[in-house]
Design a protein around this ligand. Structure first.
Ligand code: PMP
Length: 364
């Protein structure tokens, strides 16, 4: 099955495959954007043309996610990783406790960053089962009156995803880097949502932050400028030069999503895509073993192991011969990880499942 421009099926976890239509549109932005005579990369971020680009990106995102008016949208830099520090710097004050629910490697990093700043309560850790499950409500041990509760909606490395948003009385902060825009989410249930762009939105270099006015009001009056949510809001993401090209690309992706049924349509498509791969795991008579417990299997990152290291290497080789790229799992989980974000084509899941079935039949 040949792909446009002889592209491979790219299962990378991020940066990852982008929609061909979006890349084609970006070609226009590369040389002469809408008759301006210059690339989006070359235009002033203070100019009228760019102002239109960033405003449309925000407006489209607001529409896609149904972001209420009492929330601000920021396009920042520093990755989701910097948010791991900015959040406690701004919202974990002296004498306060922040609660962290850790269901994988990224949540652990968030927790560790917060521990460097203030008091953290480990409300849940999935370490004992190598992050293969999510907690039930009774397993989450919140502190009394936490400043906020942090969790990671989809753990990219382990392939563990919360099927429903968590709700608490305390403000909820969520790292949605690897499943934002992949399923409907009620933004009003969160006070801060953050996500690196490089999975479901665009190229690396842009970090999306959605923050409620209520939370913003709790931010310190003054802090280091680049780490100051208020200052970034006041300057509409342009306190310094923003990642102009990356934001433009995110905007193209948002417009593509809107043209294609928005988040609900993506969710249906994502469920279908993931089911194709999980079926190949489940019907392999134990040859492939899924890492995540079935009730929290990620729709974005499908993780599984083969019976041996040697077979894993062999499988990756066979997959590459079939133009399936980027399947090697993270070293902490081993095995295979198939990242199948919004822009990943369904045909790629079909080819992967066929290769899996054929390989298991020959080697099982
Ligand atoms: N959180 C999650 C869930 C991630 O998947 C990643 C990156 N893979 C990060 C945080 C870190 O993001 P960044 O590289 O943008 O700092």
């Amino acid at each position: 099955m040949s792909q446009p421009y002889d592209r491979v099926f790219n299962f990378s976890a991020g940066p990852c495959t982008l929609e061909v239509e979006v890349l084609e549109e970006a070609r226009e932005g590369l040389l002469n954007w809408r008759g301006t005579g210059m690339s989006v990369m070359e235009m002033s971020h203070r100019g009228k043309a760019y102002d239109g680009i960033i405003r449309k990106a925000e407006a489209d995102l607001r529409q896609l996610m149904g972001i209420p008016d009492n929330y601000k949208v920021l396009f920042l830099q520093g990755g989701a990783s910097l948010q791991n520090t900015m959040v406690p710097m701004s919202f974990l004050g002296a004498g306060e406790t922040a609660d962290y629910i850790v269901t994988g490697a990224w949540g652990k990093k968030s927790e560790e960053a917060a521990q460097m700043i203030g008091k953290v309560n480990s409300a849940y850790s999935g370490k004992s089962h190598n992050y293969s499950d999510i907690p039930g409500p009774e397993e989450i041990a919140l502190s009394v009156n936490p400043a906020y509760v942090h969790y990671t909606s989809n753990e990219t490395i382990q392939g563990v995803e919360f099927p429903r948003a968590l709700e608490f009385k305390a403000p909820v902060v969520c790292d949605m880097s690897s499943n934002i825009l992949s399923r409907p989410v009620d933004v009003s249930k969160f006070h801060i949502i953050y996500a690196g762009a490089q999975k479901n939105m665009g190229p690396a270099g842009v970090t999306l932050v959605i923050i409620s006015d209520e939370m913003l009001a709790k931010a310190p009056e003054k802090t280091h400028p680049m780490l100051d949510y208020r200052l970034n809001v006041e300057n509409e993401s342009m306190y310094n030069t923003p990642p102009c090209w990356g934001i433009y690309m995110c905007g193209l992706t948002y417009a593509w999503l809107l043209r294609n049924g928005g988040v609900p349509a993506m969710y249906e498509r994502n469920k279908g895509k993931a089911a194709i791969v999980y079926k190949a795991i489940d019907e392999s008579s134990g040859f492939y073993k899924g890492h995540a417990c079935p009730h929290c299997r990620s729709l974005m990152n499908v993780t599984f192991n083969l019976p041996s290291e040697e077979l894993t290497k062999d499988f990756i080789k066979v997959a590459e011969e079939n133009k399936l790229d980027g399947l090697k799992g993270h070293r902490s989980v081993g095995g295979i990880r198939a990242s199948i974000y919004n822009a990943f084509p369904r045909e790629g899941c079909v080819v992967l499942a066929d290769v899996m079935r054929d390989f298991a039949q020959r080697k099982g």
